[in-house]
Ligand binder design. Structure first.
Ligand code: SF4
Length: 301
């Protein structure tokens, strides 16, 4: 690919993107920049299982969350640029290692490369599309039949919050149609006999300090709009990372009271899925990234 005018995500930058550079909001070229590829054991139990999720962390992001725990790759763009053939080899190596799935984290800027990769290699395990939820339906439609599991966030319902913390005032306009399209493609969750997810949509919500009203509204919206056609993963592991120190109200961990308020509503609404304990907020769960050897976690089996 030589030169490309990009409208892949709701930002619709119309930016010129070349193989190794890009002038859009995400700042990325068309070739995938990868900061880590390895079995990952800290996703939801039905994703990580016992053998790990074959997770590929891409550099760059269409959002810009000030509290991002992967800030050094999402916004500082650490990582190594790979060719499509090299990305294909990474997926093959992860599969040989026995992972339950291939888990693509923040993949949207690289859809052209991913489609080229899947044209030459279809992994024999489910493909997980792990995204912040700020997606265009027309872009997701290009993934139909390729993605087995969608793992979107539903971060905010209020535009003032999404503008302040993720520079995306229109986040709430996009996230629900995006999830609807994901559910249309995957159908209801399907598990194998070991309880590992094979198809479906798992919506994540991270509770932010001082913002429990937003979390309650997101829980209620998910129940009303999607019922039992999705799984909901409630995340209580917030840590003040990235630029959170510049926002005093979110520059702390969740309190037990905040966590329990949202968790109780989750239970009252009888949402199906996973609830992360408050005690899982620990920096040891933040993976190590690399500029020169993102594949050092992949060993040949
Ligand atoms: S993927 Fe990047 S360049 Fe393309 S529209 Fe989105 S932010 Fe802009």
């Amino acid at each position: 690919m030589s030169e490309y005018i990009c409208t892949l995500c709701p930002r619709e930058c119309h930016a010129v993107r070349q193989d190794r550079s890009g002038q859009g909001f995400c700042g990325m070229g068309l070739l995938p920049k990868v900061a880590r590829a390895a079995p990952h054991y800290w996703e939801e139990p039905c994703i990580s299982g016992t053998k790990g999720s074959g997770t590929i962390f891409f550099s760059g992001c269409v959002l810009s969350c000030v509290f991002c725990q992967n800030y050094c790759i999402s916004q500082e763009h650490h990582g190594k640029i790979l060719t499509v053939d090299e990305l294909t080899e990474v997926m093959k190596a992860l599969v040989r290692q026995g992972v339950h799935n291939i888990n693509l984290v923040s993949p949207t800027p690289y859809i052209e490369s991913l489609l080229a990769c899947f044209a030459q290699y279809r992994p024999p395990v489910p493909i997980v599309y792990n995204t912040g939820g700020y997606e265009k339906v027309s872009t997701l439609q290009r993934l139909e039949g390729l993605v087995d599991i969608y793992l979107p966030d539903f971060k905010y319902l209020r535009g003032d919050l999404s503008l302040k913390y993720s520079r995306a005032a229109d986040y709430a306009d996009y996230v629900q149609p995006a999830i609807r399209e994901m559910v249309r493609q995957t159908g209801k969750p399907v598990f194998d006999e070991q309880g590992i997810l094979q198809k479906g949509t798992v919506v994540r919500h991270l509770i932010l300090p001082q913002n429990t009203k937003n979390s309650l509204a997101v829980m209620e919206t998910l129940q009303r709009a999607f019922g039992d056609s999705i799984l909901v993963s409630l995340m209580g592991q917030y840590l003040p990372m990235g630029q959170a120190a510049q926002y005093p109200e979110i520059n702390r961990r969740l309190t037990k009271r905040e966590y329990e308020k949202v968790r109780n509503r989750y239970d009252e609404l009888e949402l199906e899925g996973f609830v992360q304990e408050l005690s899982s907020a620990d920096e040891q769960y933040v993976p190590a990234f690399s500029d020169d050897d993102p594949m050092k976690g992949v060993t040949e089996g």
